[in-house]
Design a protein. Structure first.
Length: 177
């Protein structure tokens, strides 16, 4: 057999294995989604992990596994998965929002502020980035910054006024001597 023919067979076999792996990864991903919807977060995490092992470029599997880990309160695991997703999709504002929310839950206010700032740079019209960054700034003690972010959220979406004005008033109370 010629070297060219051997090379062609090897390439074809490699492609078939890759396609087979991607198909299996897609099956595990779908199974993970089904388990997630049923509230079986451990099962979903296991299936997303298998999907990632078969296709490490499957950004959605990292994202969904991060959400499942977040539901299990595995915040460090969720942050790691959201970070990998962001590495693969650095222009997705929602991923920065999700990672920021987990950091806020961990009281990593500086980390949350960085993520919400990036999210707002990528999508400056989404008001909830500003509400969540305001919460982070409030937690950190940057009350003026929190008020500014809450106010920006109301400017972007006046329908938030009823929800956000009490937050502003709460922060103002903290400013009083």
């Amino acid at each position: 057999m010629s070297k060219l023919k051997t090379l062609c067979l090897a390439i074809t076999a490699s492609l078939l294995l890759a396609i087979s792996g991607w198909a299996q990864a897609a099956d595990f991903f779908k199974s993970g989604n089904t388990k997630f919807r049923k509230g079986d977060y451990d099962g979903a995490i296991a299936d997303y992990t298998k999907a990632i092992e078969l296709n490490p470029q499957n950004a959605d599997a990292f994202y969904n596994r991060g959400v499942a880990k977040e539901r299990r309160r595995d915040y460090d695991g969720a942050i790691a998965d959201y970070s990998k997703y962001i590495e693969l999709n650095p222009r997705d504002a929602d991923a920065f929002d999700k990672r920021g929310w987990v950091k806020l839950q961990k009281r990593d206010y500086d980390g949350a502020i960085v993520d919400y700032t990036k999210a707002s740079e990528l999508n400056p019209k989404w008001e909830y980035f500003y509400v969540n960054r305001g919460e982070s700034k409030n937690g950190k003690g940057d009350y003026d910054g929190a008020i500014a972010d809450y106010t920006r959220a109301i400017e972007l979406y006046p329908g938030l006024k009823e929800k956000v004005l009490p937050l502003i008033e709460k922060v103002r109370q903290q400013l009083k001597p």
